[in-house]
Design a binder for this molecule. Structure first.
Ligand code: ATP
Ligand code: MG
Ligand code: MG
Ligand code: MG
Length: 468
């Protein structure tokens, strides 16, 4: 069935509203009262207290489309067809109400009846010991046994909190999308079997020490990637070609003067820019500001990585703020607050981009010289002092340095870099004691919206946005 991303999001939420779910707006990317998480990375994350019983949910069934950021997937962006740092997770949740039978039946109904996905292309994975899930898939839904795969790793958890065995739905996109290895099957890391939906049967609570306690009530937590389902429905070879992301690719290709689909390497850069452009826009909209630690560092790293990929494409001028306009338009229906904060978001990005632009070229030059020197002497390890200089003087997040090195099969001496960092912190501490730190805070006042003014996170982060 042919649907736009917006139509798909709405259809999902309407479907579950029809099954008596309360449809809630996405929570902020910044977790509330959850120090174990830097950023929300799953639909269930904002609902942890409902699962554990600490708080009473407004309704026993909820459905959302949740904004998610997974920094852990950053290296995959553009290299697989399916990974983003920012994506939207569609989810339905049961807090001690319905369980496996309904969760499985409804997921199947939505995919095969509402979205008209071909039944014989769908593959199921379950946890090795989950005979109950097997029986439902096999006897009720009538999936042949050879398309229900038992896997040890089908146990879902994200940090401490509610977790449990899970069952995933994958779609076989055909041989030509695969790696071609004879043992390629569901679970292979290539793009042939696309994981679209994870149904988690939340039965345990994991504590910080790694102990699992059975929960008083059994819950359901499901997560389906909006962009992935859109790619299937729109018959695209990757998430990036769906209407949710392609306008950003077109924009970036336009200013770089390149054509998407001509060079694999350039396509990676275009996809990185499209992905990171969405991430930075939504993160800033939710109150994150660039800094050298915590989520502010995640934002800084993502933004600077996008700038570097722009440069790889030959873009010499700042180009990121126009992406905010595109993203705000794409999200006008789903997240109208981004549109309201558009000018503010652009200002933050403009400051950070300019700042990095001024030093990026010199930093790249320094790094390239070092890479040549290493190559000449047959070495592969960049010393920590150089990486620290790139970080401190040229604003290179160390991960960026490491990534550039890896493109030349080289590595960063992380240990000696950490030592240089520790030395820097020590010097900064004693300097502060000597003369008291003087900080310059850029004036964002006219641009800061009401809600952001009262966001303590943003206020605090603003202090970190020093003009060094
Ligand atoms: P994968 O194995 O492809 O990395 P996952 O098993 O890590 O996915 P889950 O944690 O099960 O993903 O998340 C639930 C759903 O969210 C996935 O089935 C997928 O549709 C979607 N999803 C997960 N990670 C990403 C991502 N980085 N970008 C886009 N969609 C994602
Ligand atoms: Mg993953
Ligand atoms: Mg998976
Ligand atoms: Mg999964």
């Amino acid at each position: 069935k042919q649907l736009t991303g917006n139509e798909l999001r709405k259809l999902f939420l309407d479907f579950f509203a029809g099954k008596d779910h309360l449809v809630q707006a996405s929570a902020s990317l910044i977790p509330e009262n959850d120090p174990s998480l830097l950023l929300i990375g799953a639909g269930m994350a904002p609902f942890k207290p409902f699962f554990t019983g600490k708080m009473k949910p407004p309704h026993l069934r909820i459905a959302t489309s949740q904004k998610c950021v997974r920094t852990g997937d950053i290296e995959n962006v553009g290299r697989t067809a399916r990974h983003h740092t920012f994506f939207e997770m569609l989810g339905n949740f049961s807090f001690g109400d319905y369980f496996k039978k309904e969760a499985i039946a409804w997921a199947w109904e939505f995919l095969t009846e509402y979205l008209e996905m071909p039944k014989d292309k769908l593959w199921i994975t379950i946890h090795t010991g989950d005979d109950e899930a097997f029986a439902i898939w096999h006897d009720d839904i009538r999936i042949p046994a050879d398309r229900i795969i038992r896997m040890e790793e089908n146990f879902w958890e994200i940090g401490p909190g509610p977790c449990g065995p899970c069952s995933e739905i994958h779609i076989d996109l055909g041989e030509d999308r695969g790696c071609g290895r004879p043992d390629c099957t569901v679970g292979c890391n290539c793009d042939r079997y696309l994981e679209i939906w994870n149904l988690v049967f939340t039965q345990f609570d994991r504590d910080e020490a790694g102990n699992y306690t059975p929960l008083a009530k059994k819950n359901i937590d499901t997560g389906a990637g909006l962009e992935r389902i859109a790619s299937v429905l729109q018959n695209k070879r990757s998430n990036f070609e769906t209407d949710l992301l392609y306008p950003i690719i077109e924009y970036a290709a336009g200013i770089a003067g390149v054509t998407y689909g001509r060079s694999a390497k350039q396509d990676v850069s275009l996809k990185v820019i499209a992905d990171h452009g969405r991430s930075m826009t939504v993160m800033i909209g939710d109150g994150v500001l660039p800094s050298n630690e915590g989520r502010g560092y995640v934002l800084r790293r993502i933004l600077r990585r996008a700038v570097r990929h722009g440069r790889l494409l030959g873009i010499e001028k700042p180009f990121l703020t126009d992406i905010v306009d595109i993203v705000a338009k794409l999200f006008a229906q789903a997240y109208p607050d981004i549109h309201d904060k558009q000018e503010y978001i652009k200002k933050v990005i403009q400051l950070e981009e300019e700042r990095f632009h001024n030093t990026l070229a010199q930093g790249i030059e320094l790094l390239n010289r070092q890479i040549q020197e290493l190559a000449r002497t047959g070495e592969t390890l960049l010393d920590g002092a150089t990486a620290f200089k790139l970080y401190d003087t040229y604003g290179f997040p160390w991960e960026l340095t490491e990534e550039i090195l890896s493109e030349h099969n080289m590595m960063l001496d992380k240990q000696s870099f950490d030592q240089a960092m520790a030395g820097q912190r020590e010097r900064a501490r004693s300097a502060r004691q000597d003369n008291g730190e003087k900080t310059v805070i850029p004036d964002l006042s006219g641009l800061v919206t009401e809600s952001l003014c009262y966001n303590p996170e943003a206020e605090q982060a603003k202090l970190v946005l020093l003009l060094k």
